[in-house]
Design a protein around this ligand. Structure first.
Ligand code: HAM
Length: 424
């Protein structure tokens, strides 16, 4: 081990487990790519005020967990704690919303940073794949996103997840509800911090997990009973479309997300095998965010799924993803001349599209064959001086154990033929 270790709350992705992360990113993004979402990449840091205004000054994410810093040049920046504000900022900056093709549908994949107390499933550096559909108010768009996340998880073989669904109302009905809720909460016996929260973000109090708080919340006014007619109808349409698509969800009137920009539809994907950090993904509608960051009115909806937690969910369900061996052919040279010849064969195989690797470092036959085994290669090519003198190499089928001499001049063609025969 070196003097240094990965910083607290972070971990490295190393083979073979890292292959699962690539497979999860691929599985989550595939349904999006097939549904008109274009890929977007934004910087790992932004103006700190983008998050303060967008995600919300009073949220834990901004007030406690943000990696905010001042540059040598005096700019106040923050490592991105989430993707939505950045993606909307970038879409506005590139005028994507003016191209006359709304909604603008975007997907992304990257690293995010939150200074949280680390525990299983909760890290300071984590990875999300997300999707944002910008500039359309249409319940079918909310439904589409939930359906695509469900499809992604099912394609991975996950079954022990649940979808929690709620509506947080809009600028018509939420302020009135907020006051009713505040009046109710102010009469309860709560600690100082929670009392402060009543004034800043009372809906979050409903989300308090402590039993003594939950006990007092029985009979609290619920937003569901205070939604305006437009929000009610919108929510009902989302539910109808999900049901028609065969997507099972649970109404969760206490679902309040940890970001301030949400309006109307909110949802979370939770996995029952993960203990306390059970949210594998979440999202919702954010009709006011564009205006909050200085843009025009652009009603939008999106989600982000946590890649780290999705991998943990796969492991909790004992799902082994079918990850094909990275190498099809492994070359083991015996002697200097064979090194040059087989290195040439490997180069040629690669150019012909066959995944091939080589026993580097001049090890003996035994060690090299061990590496060939470990590589998962279907075939091994072995050659020594005598084989070369006869114009041959030995081709070993690692599945059957059979070995045969193959003419050096035909070796790449022979291998390609055998590989495509065993594929079919
Ligand atoms: P979020 O719920 O804060 O939403 O994060 C989404 C997912 O990222 C979580 O469900 C979780 O799987 C993962 N995640 C969050 N924090 C951590 C952490 N500390 N360690 C490991 N995984 C974590 C958002 O970020 C919104 N931007 C989602 C969205 C997109 N809403 C609309 N569009």
């Amino acid at each position: 081990m070196s003097t240094f270790q990965a910083p607290k709350g972070t971990y490295d992705l190393t083979p073979p487990r890292s292959a699962k992360f690539l497979a999860v990113r691929e599985a989550i993004s595939a349904p999006l790519r097939d549904s008109g979402y274009g890929y977007i990449e934004t910087p790992g840091f932004e103006d700190v005020n983008l998050f303060a205004r967008g995600v919300g000054e009073s949220t834990d994410i901004v007030s406690k967990e943000m990696y905010a810093f001042e540059t040598r040049g005096g700019d106040k920046l923050a490592l991105r704690p989430e993707g939505t504000a950045s993606v909307l900022r970038a879409a506005l900056e590139a005028n994507l919303h003016k191209a006359g093709n709304l909604p603008v549908k975007l997907w992304y994949s990257g690293s995010y940073y939150r200074y949280e107390r680390p525990q299983a499933g909760r890290y300071r550096h984590f990875s999300q794949v997300g999707a944002e559909a910008i500039g359309a108010e249409d319940p079918a768009l909310d439904a589409e996103l939930i359906i695509l996340a469900d499809q992604a998880y099912r394609s991975l073989g996950l079954t022990e997840f649940r979808i929690l669904l709620n509506s947080l109302g809009d600028k018509e009905c939420r302020p009135a509800y907020r006051e009713v809720l505040q009046d109710f909460l102010r009469d309860l016996d709560l600690d100082e911090e929670t009392r402060r929260r009543i004034e800043i973000n009372p809906l979050r109090v409903l989300d308090d997990k402590r039993a003594d708080v939950q006990k007092q919340l029985v009979g609290a006014p619920m937003l569901r009973d205070h939604l305006c007619d437009a929000c009610k109808a919108y929510h009902e349409e989302v539910r109808v479309l999900l049901t028609a698509a065969g997507v099972v969800y649970e109404d969760d009137e206490k679902l309040v997300r940890g970001l301030d920009y949400y309006t109307r539809t909110t949802f979370e994907f939770v996995h029952d095998g993960l203990g306390s950090q059970s949210a594998v993904g979440g999202g919702g509608r954010y009709d006011g965010l564009s205006e909050m960051i200085g843009g025009p009115a652009l009603p939008s909806v999106g989600w982000a799924l946590g890649v780290d937690r999705t991998v943990l969910a796969l492991e909790a369900e004992g799902i082994e993803l079918p990850i094909p061996a990275a190498t099809s052919v492994y070359a083991v040279p015996l002697g200097e001349e064979a090194r040059r010849v087989l290195f040439g064969v490997v180069t040629q195989l690669r150019r012909e599209g066959v995944a091939a690797d080589f026993a580097f470092g001049g090890r003996g036959l035994k060690g090299a064959m061990k590496s060939a085994n470990r590589s998962g290669a279907r075939f091994t090519i072995v050659a020594g001086e005598r084989d070369l003198a006869e114009g041959n190499v030995q081709l070993k089928d690692m599945e059957s154990g059979e070995q045969e001499a193959v003419a050096l001049a035909d070796v790449t063609g022979t291998i390609r033929g055998k590989l495509s025969a065993s594929d079919g």
